[in-house]
Design a protein around this ligand. Structure first.
Ligand SMILES: [Zn+2]
Length: 1181
């Protein structure tokens, strides 16, 4: 026997160890001897026990590495049939296993000790009555080794030990000494789910309730263990059901309350926590939640938690209580008639399998706001911190990697004939233009061209020719306009726009700005007086609506003429405005919305409750007479691309589905980035918890809840309540998307966002106006129908606010603001119709609090810096005006969108030096750079980055000159104008994400994508595929700016697919541009960039342009919506200045790229690129 030899060999070593000698003696007693010579066995084991008890050394010798002491002890235990000997051996084990921090227990378990203990337990239970001491020692040992034995529960069940323990407990309920180790063992048994069910059947749940009693200073350790066992048992739904059926939920609550009240010194936290854990597990089942509510659980836990809040050590109780309350909070429906977007857009055709067909296929009368489901999803952890989305994403990414090598190889065929593509030739006239009719003398003078022309008026405009853009299906001339038509219509607008009034160019002196009164502006920017904006029908009047007007005029106070004030202000400066004695007048001054004259207002909403009416310019003029003119801060010096009058002109040409007739002040005034830093907001401990408690109070104190609808685009109310203390809301302007506002308490509002048009979800972006605020109050706003499971609002991001009072005081700007910001799952149920079939999902709340600094202000809130389509058109017009004769700038209309807006396409390069064939040749052969942005409307930061790029490209710096001479830029600055205009977050009017349509864009439903792809296919066909393609995006869950690119090699590295060496031989050029950016752009992070091709991204611009057009450097550039955690801007939120800088640094990086790729020697080029990209190309696995 190996053990024997081992021990002998050990003993043969000269040793004076008594314990080892005794062990040797024990080993030599075989089964037979043990049974025969009981006395010797008792003596030997007693001596060993004595030695181990008294000499630490002895225990070490038995347990030393290489010793077979444990085997000998276990063999003797197994063979012993004498209770005293068995007890002695268990005393020995108990001594041995108490020391050694688990290693000795590990040895015991690995030698099969647990099984032997269970065998002895079975044998001992046969004795009647069983030896109490033996039972005590057995359970004490089992409790000690159980946690270290992974199969403990299974072994207990298979040997039949479960019931023995239970029976011992049942017979010894008063014997706490024996009961405690039994409970400790039971607690371990119960963690096994099969055991839990079996124990439940045996009445153990009820047994635990017999043990746990009201507050007492005695037996607390017993209670604690019993509760832990009960908590484990109640994880089984059958057991939870058992408790509910026996009416024990109220017993648990009463016990909790009793302990809460009496344990004033908080010595029994674990018992209180144990009771809560039981409740937590019971409320995992629907019946448990019902019983909890019926037993007044919400009030009990709410009140007790409120009392615990001041004591930080009681946080675990508050957190668990909060978790239970959130789970049991009855799921509410959103207070909406339907979750379908409030506005519907009739598509030219509705693909039967598409999202719009699905959306509108439900039979009438189906309530899509909630469904019957009550599946309870897993709630997040009990702590105040959030689940980490990025971890989740990381897992998903690995599943998402493209492993089909065929899909990683370039597609060789373009997929359409040159005949089809030839129509795009017209957008590339620079590639064939010979400039023979052009006077190059112009180039010698550097003066800018006249700035009065907005569109197509530059010399380059001659290149724009009519184009018939093809569609796969027969195009109707209405859908596919000729760019000439667009040109005409634009010209018409131009004539509409009266020459810019020559307002005095007072420089914007921050702080002491002079307000300019300009009566000439009246026609464009009439300001009607009454609170029209909360009552849409009333603010657009025609003579036929005279009665309404009279009604409003009958409130003379509201209609104070503001012209006089304006004049005073003009003289007195902004201080006068701030110190305005009668702020009510001032309120009327700015509260009303800016209206566009001459445009019909018609509500095209799903509600359809508003009658169309014309808002004639006459009516508007009348109003102007009453309302006066708003003073516009003069930002011309600081914002060269901004012009309020021009903005209003642009809005007039913008087609929105709701036919908006108002202009939001921030877009009108413009935004001057503040000079101060805006650090990431530090989260205050317990914010989320206190917000959730306030939400729970709605249920506890329902009488405190106002529940007053103050804004509702589904049911616009024509009557505006006077002297109301409620805030007024509005978002009937470009990119606005507030659907409903409900005043919950005096200073708290629930806000509901509209879904993307022709969709029932994608709520994230927001932009709305608030007025009627009080100073000194803290307002809480809750956007209650958010969908993402986490948000950067939990990690330092603040909302953006724009104050009109600040603007007219010389500080026209969006600022990061809001305190107590957090984002958490709420109690509003999401219909499975909007979750892709997933049941039991909830919405999320974004909450933030605001203290307004000005009385009678009009403030705007937005998810990120707004950038409307009209803003883009204004910027393009200004940029074109900035053009010098050296710049070749062309603005074409790529196509018309579904909503009837034009999609601009820009061409920017340098004019050829002369009309000599060499120069013309150099001009035509410049590599192309293709840029696009804003396919996702909610990612407004992409437009600010694009603005930075465009301003740089049109600039006069030597770098800009070189850049223009190096490349031809083709830019689609806004791929989704309709989405932007209508306040969508993600989609176009087709209800689809346009950045998932690139593989097979539909010319009718996705015209901007279809034609942008057409341009690229044309270029591929004529062998002029761009050197770089980059689509600008925004990222809502990550910090910094970074790029996604495409690499076969890096994709293969990330996956397990085997690839041939040719797959792994790849030009590393795709890394050059992001690497340069990480060196020169402070916000850019190479570490956040990725070059893996994901399956879910196979129809994005980046992947399709890479694979189908063959552009190696095809990228998505993602800019954070939040801020940076590295580089110069570490710890700061991102602003428009940083975003625009990113756009200009992108240009600088392209110039550096040119210097590298311009080198003819290809190998040399590769070396240089390798130098730049360094060693960062090793696989990361
Ligand atoms: Zn995006």
């Amino acid at each position: 026997m190996a053990t024997l030899e081992k021990l002998h060999s050990q003993l043969s070593v000269p040793s004076n160890s008594r314990v080892l000698m005794l062990l040797g003696q024990l080993e030599r007693m075989n089964t037979e001897v043990m049974l025969r010579d009981v006395e010797t066995a008792r003596q030997v084991t007693a001596k060993i026990y004595h030695l181990i008890q008294t000499q630490e050394r002895s225990g070490k010798e038995v347990m030393s590495k290489g010793s077979s002491g444990m085997e000998v002890i276990l063999a003797s235990l197994e063979n012993s049939r004498d209770v005293q000997t068995t007890l002695n051996i268990m005393y020995i084990l108990s001594e041995l296993l108490t020391v050694g921090r688990g290693r000795r227990v590990g040895v015991f378990v690995s030698k099969g000790g647990t099984g032997i203990l269970f065998q002895i337990l079975i044998l001992a239970s046969i004795e009647i009555p069983p030896s109490e001491e033996l039972m005590l020692q057995l359970h004490a040992l089992l409790a000690k080794v159980g946690p270290k034995d992974r199969t403990f529960g299974l072994k207990a069940r298979l040997t039949g030990a479960l019931n023995i323990t239970v029976n011992v407990m049942k017979q010894n309920l008063q014997n706490t000494k024996l009961l405690l180790p039994c409970l400790q063992v039971l607690r371990i048994y119960s963690t096994n789910s099969v055991n839990a069910i079996s124990l439940g059947k045996n009445g153990v749940v009820e047994l635990m309730f017999k043990i746990v009693g009201p507050y007492s200073k005695k037996n607390t350790s017993l209670f604690k263990v019993a509760l832990e066992a009960l908590g484990a048992l109640l994880k089984s739904k059958t057991n939870a059901r058992r408790v509910v059926d026996s009416g024990l939920v109220s017993v648990l609550l009463a016990l909790y309350l009793d302990w809460h009240r009496n344990d004033t010194r908080h010595c029994c936290m674990l018992i209180r926590k144990g009771l809560l854990v039981c409740l937590r597990n019971i409320t995992n089942i629907k019946l448990g939640r019902k019983a909890f509510l019926e037993a007044d659980g919400m009030r009990i836990l709410y009140n007790s938690s409120a009392e615990c809040l001041p004591v930080r050590t009681l946080d675990p109780l508050v957190n668990t209580s909060s978790l239970i309350m959130r789970k049991c909070f009855p799921k509410n429906r959103l207070p909406l008639p339907t979750i379908k977007s409030a506005f519907h857009f009739q598509l030219p055709h509705v693909p039967p399998e598409g999202p719009v067909a699905q959306l509108y296929s439900q039979p009438p009368g189906v309530d899509d706001v909630v469904d019957e489901s009550d599946d309870n999803e897993e709630l997040e952890a009990e702590t105040d911190t959030e689940n980490d989305e990025d971890d989740k994403e990381q897992c998903n990414l690995n599943d998402d990697i493209e492993t089909d090598l065929n899909k990683l190889h370039p597609k060789r065929t373009i997929g359409c004939s040159f005949e089809e593509l030839k129509v795009y030739q017209t957008f590339f006239s620079e590639l064939s233009e010979d400039f023979q009719g052009y006077n190059f003398e112009f180039l010698k003078s550097a003066s800018p061209t006249s700035s009065s022309a907005y569109f197509f008026s530059s010399p380059s405009a001659r290149f724009t020719r009519p184009v018939v853009v093809p569609t796969a299906e027969a195009p109707s001339p209405k859908q596919i306009p000729h760019s000439q038509d667009v040109c005409n219509s634009v010209k018409k607008h131009q004539t509409l726009s009266s020459p810019s009034p020559s307002s005095p160019q007072t420089p914007l002196d921050l702080g002491t700005i002079h307000l300019i009164k300009n009566k000439d502006k009246k026609e464009d920017t009439n300001i009607p007086t009454p609170d029209g904006h909360t009552a849409p029908p009333s603010f657009c009047r025609t003579p036929s609506q005279g009665h309404m007007m009279e009604q409003e005029l009958s409130h003379p106070l509201e209609c104070l003429s503001l012209e006089d004030k304006g004049n005073q202000n003009a003289e007195a400066g902004s201080d006068r405005v701030k110190n305005e004695e009668s702020p009510v007048n001032n309120l009327r001054h700015i509260q009303s919305p800016l209206l566009l004259g001459g445009f019909p207002i018609r509500r095209a909403g799903g509600g359809g409750s508003n009658v169309g009416s014309d808002c004639g310019s006459d009516g508007a003029e009348d109003e102007g007479g009453e309302g006066g003119v708003l003073e516009v801060p003069d930002t011309a010096q600081l914002l060269p691309l901004h012009d309020p009058d021009l903005y209003v002109e642009m809005v007039k040409g913008t087609e929105s589905v709701p036919q908006y007739a108002e202009v939001a002040y921030p877009d009108y005034f413009g935004h001057v980035a503040p000079m101060f830093k805006e650090p990431l907001l530090e989260r205050i401990y317990g914010v989320q918890r206190s917000k959730i408690f306030q939400d729970i109070e709605r249920l506890i104190h329902p009488n405190d809840i106002l529940d007053k609808v103050v804004y509702d685009i589904d049911h616009p109310s024509p009557v505006t309540e006077e002297n109301s203390e409620s805030l007024k809301f509005n978002s009937q302007f470009e990119s606005g998307n507030l659907r409903k506002a409900v005043q919950v308490r005096k200073y708290e509002y629930d806000l509901i966002l509209n879904a993307d048009i022709n969709s029932n979800h994608y709520h994230q972006w927001f932009y709305f106006e608030v007025s009627g605020m009080r100073v000194g109050a803290t307002y809480r706003f809750n956007i209650i129908n958010c969908e993402k499971s986490n948000s950067q609002f939990n990690y330092g991001m603040q909302v953006l606010m724009y104050s009109v009072q600040e603007a007219i005081s010389g500080r026209p700007r969006w600022v990061r603001t809001g305190t107590d910001i957090c984002y958490y799952k709420n109690h509003f149920a999401r219909s499975s119709i909007a979750t892709g079939g997933q049941k039991g999902k909830s919405y999320y709340t974004l909450t933030f609090s605001i203290n307004f600094s000005h009385k009678d202000d009009v403030c705007y809130f937005a998810y990120h810096y707004p950038y409307t389509y009209s803003t883009l058109k204004m910027h393009l017009s200004k940029l074109e005006a900035m053009r010098t004769p050296q710049i070749y700038f062309r603005q074409d209309v790529l196509c018309e969108t579904l909503g009837g807006n034009t999609c601009p396409l820009l061409t920017i390069t340098a004019m050829p030096e002369s009309k000599s064939s060499d120069h013309i040749c150099q001009f035509r052969n410049r590599p192309l750079i293709f840029l696009s942005a804003r396919v996702h409307p909610g990612e407004t930061n992409a437009s600010w980055v694009m603005k930075g790029t465009l301003e740089f490209l049109m600039g006069s710096s030597p770098l800009a000159v070189s850049l223009r001479e190096a490349y031809i830029f083709k830019i689609v600055p806004m791929l989704n104008p309709d989405g932007v205009i209508n306040g969508n977050h993600r989609c176009s009017l087709s209800g689809e994400d346009l950045n998932r349509q690139w593989q097979n864009p539909n010319p009718e439903l996705h015209p901007t994508i279809y034609h942008t792809k057409g341009l690229l296919q044309y270029l591929a066909y004529i062998q002029r595929a761009p050197l770089v393609f980059c689509d600008y995006h925004g990222h809502s869950r990550k910090k910094n700016v970074f790029m996604y690119g495409c690499s076969v090699k890096e994709t293969v590295w990330q996956s397990d697919i085997s690839a041939t060496s040719s797959d792994l031989h790849e030009d590393l050029g795709y890394r050059t541009l992001p690497k340069i950016l990480s060196q020169i752009a402070p916000a850019f992070s190479m570490a956040s960039s990725s070059f893996v091709v994901e399956r879910s991204k196979e129809s994005t611009a980046r992947v399709v342009v890479w694979r189908e057009i063959g552009v190696k450097r095809s990228y998505t550039m993602e800019s954070t919506l939040c801020g940076c955690d590295q580089g110069k801007y570490k710890g700061l939120q991102i602003g428009t200045r940083e975003l625009e800088e990113m756009g200009s640094q992108f240009c600088v990086a392209l110039l550096r790229l040119k210097r590298l790729t311009g080198i003819r020697n290809h190998q040399h080029l590769l070396d240089m690129e390798s130098d730049i990209i360094g060693t960062h190309t090793k696989p990361v696995r």
